[in-house]
Design a protein around this ligand. Sequence first.
Ligand code: ADP
Length: 390
Amino acid sequence: MGSVRLDGITKRYEDVVAVNDVSVTVEDGEFVTLVGPSGCGKSTTLETIAGLTKPTEGAVHIADREVTTLPPKDRGIAMVFQNIALFPHMDVYDNISFGLRLRSFPKEEIDERVERAAEILQIGELLDRMPDELSGGQRQRVAIGRAIVREPEVFLMDEPLANLDAKLRVHMRTELQRLHRELGTTIIYVTHDQAEAMTMSTRIAVMNAGEIQQLAPPLTCYNEPANRFVAEFIGSPSMNTFEGVVDGDEFVAEQFSVTSDPEVHGLADGDRITLGIRPENVALVGEEDEPESATEPIVCRTDVIEPMGNEVFVYLVPGGGEAEVTTSRVDQLLMSVDPRADVAADESVAVVFDRTNVHLFDADTGDAIAHGIAPPSSEVRADDVEGRHR
Ligand code: ADP
């Protein structure tokens, strides 16, 4: 069974801690993606699983067998990298079958495996082409074919789509999902592209500074991010975040405030919080998508408008002043609205947040406090009273 278990993996390079005490169990047949910004330790983690890097501390188990000191070839894994290294003087068939021929597999077995891989990857008619007669996507498929014929227990993929153009990347994304469904083999995949992670994986491990910030199904990371880092990394465009402080029944940010019942969230006067709201959870007052449980209207000035076709991104300046753009902070609020919404640049508009999708984070640690904020206690009492009258 192709499960993978990392127990307390740490990798140090002199004064750099590339991976810091990572423990993860990937179940047999899962598609787990390690995602995070450049330098966060994704590749080092994958190379540790592959046996290309020896961890400073910790143990690696593949298929219930400790492999920490075994060479890559004895681990039951196959790797696909970003840089597709096909042998230029060999045709596709020979490229795919190279490893099997090296290990003296019988000809019939080789034929069978190559044929099956070619069928899965839909490259049957390319088997006698040379690499320079292939498109980028076809070359990547050949590289994956070479991994498939080895029939590994685990596929390790490091940014395999990074060198393809945007359209082909999206196409290969669906192909990889299909491949995973057909083979049922465990896949551990590395990317810095959160969209790839979201669309393909059964679970994603969001990494930052050598540590796993959250390991969960994609939608859990999206809807219930464990901390501010995950909240801002997952989702495009990013979640809006504002620094604020608890004052009575309000979360007060610099440009606006939102009423709530801080006690419900275990918060008290003076606590510093970060308030997060995704662009699609901001709505224009009076539009169809105005949420039932909305915060009080916030008056904003519209700045740049970006029509995307299926939606429109509207950059808002809360409070109506000039946007203060510095290297460290953009005091803007990004809203996504329906393309039919009546909105133009440099207007005054009123917007609300969907309370059920306002996120609160501890301003110091970044840890999530709440996903969805309570209405102010006075509002609850009004509802209660109404309820009793009914
Ligand atoms: P990612 O794959 O997320 O971009 P890496 O795992 O490649 O990140 O790198 C994590 C950190 O470890 C980075 O700071 C990187 O510079 C450092 N690092 C990686 N490999 C080496 C190495 N061979 N020698 C020294 N530092 C390294």
